[in-house]
Design a protein around this ligand. Structure first.
Ligand code: HSE
Length: 331
C-alpha cells in the first residue's frame, strides 16, 4: 500500500457547503489521496452551536466550538463560515501559522482581499477561492492560470443565481417581481438578507474578484458601479422582449483608457439588455455564466450551477487537492 504524507485539514463552518465538504472529504479520502499525494485528515469542524441541526450526519467527535485551537495544528484551513468576522481573524491566524487557506467568502475577499493576500504572501502561504465566484463553475483558476498568457478584453457575467432566476421567471412565465422573489426565497436561492442579491451587492463582490484577476490589478468593491433589479417592471421585461432582448443582471468588467490616455478598469453591475441571440440570453433559472472575451482565445463561456451546497463543495475540494499537491511538492 502507498504511504501518503498526512495533511491536517481544519474546517470552519458546517452550513450547507461545509457539511457537504466534510462528507465528500470523508467518503473520498482514498481517491483524494491518490490524486493529491496526501492523506487529507479532517481533524475537526468548528461550529458556533454543537447541537444545531445539520444537512449531513457526521461523526459527532469532529465538532468543536474552539476554532482557534483547531487552526493552530492545521496544514490547510477551509473557511466556510461566511461574513466578515470572525472569519477574517481566523483566516489571518491560519496564514500566520503557515497554513494554506481555502475560502468561499466573496464578501470578505471583496472587502479585505488586499490584506488577506498580502498576509499570505508574507509567509509564503496560498489563499484558494474558486468557490467564491459562480460556485461549481471553474472560473478563478482559468482566469489566473489558463488565460494568464492572453489579454482579456472584457468579461460579461451572470454571477447571481437568484436574480437570474427572478428575471427569468418574469421573462418566461410572466411572474410579477413579488411572486418571482417569493419562489426564489422558497427554493433557497436568495441570501438570508435578500437585499444582497436583489440590489446587486453579491454580484458586485464577485465582479471585484473577477475584475482584479482578469486585469491584474486591485479593483476595490467601492469602485464597482452597482444597480439592482428591484425597480424592473413586467412592462420593461415585455418591451425588451418585443425588441429582441432579455434583461439580465450583468457584472461587466473591462479595460478602459481615459481621454488623457490613463489606463484603468471599469467594473459595473446593472440590469442590462442582452440580445436574445447572445449565449448569455440562454442562461436560465438559477444558473450562472461568465463570458470572457480574450484577445487570442476569442470568446469563451463558462456555464453551470452558481450556488448549492454540494456544487460549491466541488470547487472547495478542487482547491483542497491543489493545496495538498503544493504541500507535497514543497516537501
Ligand atoms: N445568493 C447567491 C446567488 C448565492 O443567488 O447567486 C451564491 O453565491
Amino acid at each position: 500500500m502507498i504511504e501518503y504524507r498526512t495533511l491536517r485539514v481544519a474546517l470552519l463552518g458546517a452550513g450547507s457547503v461545509g457539511s457537504q465538504v466534510a462528507r465528500l472529504l470523508l467518503e473520498n479520502r482514498e481517491e483524494l489521496a491518490a490524486r493529491s499525494g496526501a492523506d487529507l485528515q479532517l481533524v475537526g469542524i468548528a461550529v458556533r452551536n454543537l447541537d444545531a441541526k445539520r444537512d449531513v450526519e457526521l461523526p459527532r467527535e469532529l465538532y468543536t466550538t474552539d476554532a482557534e485551537t483547531l487552526i493552530v495544528g492545521a496544514d490547510i484551513v477551509i473557511e466556510l463560515m461566511g461574513g466578515i468576522e470572525p472569519a477574517k481573524t481566523y483566516i489571518l491566524q491560519a496564514l500566520n501559522a503557515g497554513a494554506d487557506v481555502i475560502t468561499g467568502n466573496k464578501a470578505l475577499l471583496a472587502e479585505h482581499g488586499a490584506e488577506i493576500f498580502g498576509a499570505a504572501e508574507q509567509v509564503g502561504a496560498e489563499v484558494y477561492y474558486e468557490a467564491a465566484v459562480a460556485a461549481a463553475i471553474p472560473i478563478i483558476r482559468p482566469l489566473r492560470d489558463s488565460l494568464a498568457g492572453d489579454n482579456i478584453k472584457r468579461i460579461l457575467a451572470i454571477v447571481n443565481g437568484s436574480t437570474n432566476y427572478i428575471l427569468d421567471r418574469m421573462d418566461r412565465f410572466g411572474d410579477s417581481m413579488a411572486d418571482a422573489q417569493k419562489t426564489a426565497f422558497e427554493l433557497g436561492f436568495l441570501e438570508a438578507d435578500p437585499t444582497l442579491d436583489v440590489e446587486g451587492y453579491d454580484a458586485a463582490q464577485k465582479a471585484t474578484l473577477l475584475a482584479s484577476l482578469a486585469f491584474h490589478s486591485s479593483v476595490p468593491a467601492s469602485g464597482v458601479h452597482r444597480e439592482g433589479i428591484s425597480q424592473i417592471t413586467p412592462e420593461q421585461i415585455q418591451a425588451a422582449k418585443d425588441a429582441g432582448y432579455v434583461i439580465k443582471l450583468l457584472a461587466i468588467a473591462e479595460r478602459i483608457t481615459d481621454e488623457d490616455g490613463t489606463e484603468g478598469v471599469s467594473a459595473r453591475v446593472y440590469p442590462a439588455l442582452v440580445d436574445r441571440n447572445h449565449p448569455l440570453a440562454s442562461v436560465h433559472g438559477g444558473n450562472n455564466a461568465v463570458f470572457v472575451e480574450a484577445e487570442a482565445a476569442g470568446p469563451l463561456m463558462f456555464y453551470g450551477a452558481g450556488a448549492g451546497g454540494v456544487q460549491t463543495a466541488s470547487a472547495i475540494l478542487g482547491d483542497l487537492v491543489s493545496a495538498a499537491r503544493r504541500h507535497v511538492a514543497g516537501g
